[in-house]
Design a binder for this molecule. Structure first.
Ligand SMILES: Cc1ncc(COP(=O)(O)O)c(C=O)c1O
Length: 467
């Protein structure tokens, strides 16, 4: 069946007459690319389309001809012009579907959340309200530091829930921890720092971000009390240290009170900055909540938080405190990177915080994760009493230490064969030096209905393991 030209096309009437053919081609390409004109659709005959659009038939003929040459359309004498099917365009510009991002039947990967847990309704409500009340600059180039409404809500949330010593003017809104770390790395480099200390083990992605900014990395070992601060005390020329003090990633240990005091003393004495990555500090199940390092000395700590674990990684919202020495460089670096984080998203988060919907969502998810953590720990212990998971009192994953890379590789292969996705300390290169192995098992990613069977499947795989 033929389609009417006006259904297919942009407003060509207003166009510069000389560019009509190009605009017609562009509109058709776009309609095919977006799926509005699926493969097999018959286009209107050239004469009819020309008449509909008030342009010459020659222009339509030329446009169809060009798209046939490019593989978007096929034209056979007697059967008209048809949108080419993606499969038989042979190298045509028709886009292929994206590869499946979650290939696992049972998703126990660390660092991922169950996407269906995103508070859609609350977000829509907050966004609608924010849109209704947004100041004009939310739609333009606003303050690179972030919307004042969000910084105000964040400051009061962070003081209350994470023990920060912070005012709205001390906060920079970013696109998540990844961006915060990149801004810090570049600002520190510009300020003359060349060597940054980092926990060993640590996520290699963060090592890459620091190295990409030109830094040399100095490893600091981690034991049961967290990063070994004495190694910092004896190292030289350290401009900053990147730490996960609330819950070390991936071991799950907490930096002890004694080491916190020594760390702050070291930073004050050397002028180094402590980068406090509080990526999942909202989720603590046992024991006392752990306050932030920043609250103990805002001048030497750049505290970085993110909405990636509380809401979803795709939201791309984070926040960073501004120690005085880096205040201007960090705001300038943010402006040079992307001017500002999306204004409307910032206002929606401000609204979620203002109405306590953010807190309610965290409380709900904390309960759910605590139940999942309990199920995980008891099921694995029942399946194999020799298994000792660690780091289970907080966060969204546990660690199952293993004696070496080969045992880990075998366990990962068995898990993969059973359709289970999870992380490996050696496989994912958490240690630069190569030592250390274990499974990193996330309990936030699986949809609620598959989580129990995912844990059972893992328990089966690990039942005979001798760690
Ligand atoms: C250790 C660690 N830090 C931070 C993040 C969050 O990064 P972002 O806020 O850029 O999503 C993650 C995410 O998985 C993480 O594992």
């Amino acid at each position: 069946m033929s389609q009417s030209g006006t259904d297919l096309l942009l407003d060509l009437d207003a166009a510069d007459r000389g560019k009509l053919r190009l605009r017609l081609e562009g509109a058709l390409r776009e309609a095919i690319r977006s799926g509005r004109l699926p493969g097999g659709t018959h286009l209107p005959p050239t004469r009819a389309l020309a008449q509909d659009l008030g342009i010459s038939r020659g222009t339509v003929l030329q446009a169809y001809g060009q798209l046939v040459a490019e593989g978007w359309l096929s034209g056979k004498r007697g059967s008209g012009t048809v949108v080419a099917a993606p499969s038989n365009t042979g190298g045509s510009p028709v886009e292929q579907p994206e590869p499946l991002l979650v290939p696992w039947r049972f998703d126990l990967r660390p660092g991922f959340l169950d996407a269906s847990s995103f508070p859609r309704l609350e977000w829509v409500r907050a966004l609608r309200r924010a849109l209704g009340e947004a100041p004009d600059d939310a739609f333009g180039y606003g303050n690179s530091q972030g919307q004042l409404a969000l910084r105000t809500e964040l400051a009061s949330y962070l003081r209350r829930a994470r023990g920060l010593e912070v005012a709205p003017r001390d906060l920079l809104v970013t696109a998540g921890f990844t961006q915060s770390l990149g801004l810090l790395a570049r600002s520190l480099f510009a300020a003359g720092a060349r060597r940054i200390a980092i926990e060993e083990p640590s996520w290699r992605f963060h090592r890459s971000i620091l190295r990409a900014a030109g830094h040399e990395l100095v490893p600091v070992d981690v034991d049961d009390h967290g990063a070994q601060v004495d190694q910092l005390e004896t190292a030289r020329d350290i401009g900053a240290v990147l730490l996960t003090p609330n819950r070390q990633h991936p071991t799950g240990v907490t930096l002890s009170a004694d080491r916190r005091s020594r760390l702050l003393r070291w930073a004050r004495g050397t002028g180094a900055i402590i980068i406090e990555n509080d990526y999942d500090g909202e989720f603590r199940y046992d024991g006392h909540p752990i306050g932030s390092l920043q609250g103990l000395d805002p001048a030497v700590v750049a505290y970085a938080g993110t909405a990636s674990k509380t809401l979803a990684p795709g939201v791309r919202l984070g926040w960073l405190t501004l120690p005085d020495s880096l205040r201007k460089p960090l705001i300038d670096a943010k402006r040079l990177t992307d001017w500002q984080t999306g204004g409307l998203d910032q206002l929606a988060l401000a609204e979620l915080l203002r109405t306590n919907a953010y807190d309610r969502h965290i409380r709900k998810m904390r309960l759910r994760y605590r139940r999942r953590r309990d199920t995980m720990v008891t099921t694995l212990a029942a399946a194999n009493p020799r298994l000792r998971v660690s780091g289970a009192s907080a966060g969204l994953n546990v660690l199952l230490p293993l004696p070496g890379g080969e045992v880990e590789a075998d366990a990962l292969a068995a898990a993969h064969a059973a359709g289970i996705g999870l992380g490996g300390v050696a496989a994912d290169k958490y240690y630069e030096t190569g030592r250390g192995a274990g499974l990193i098992i996330g309990f936030a990613a699986a949809p609620e209905h598959t989580f129990p069977s995912a844990v059972d499947a893992l328990a089966d795989v690990l039942a005979s393991l001798d760690p």
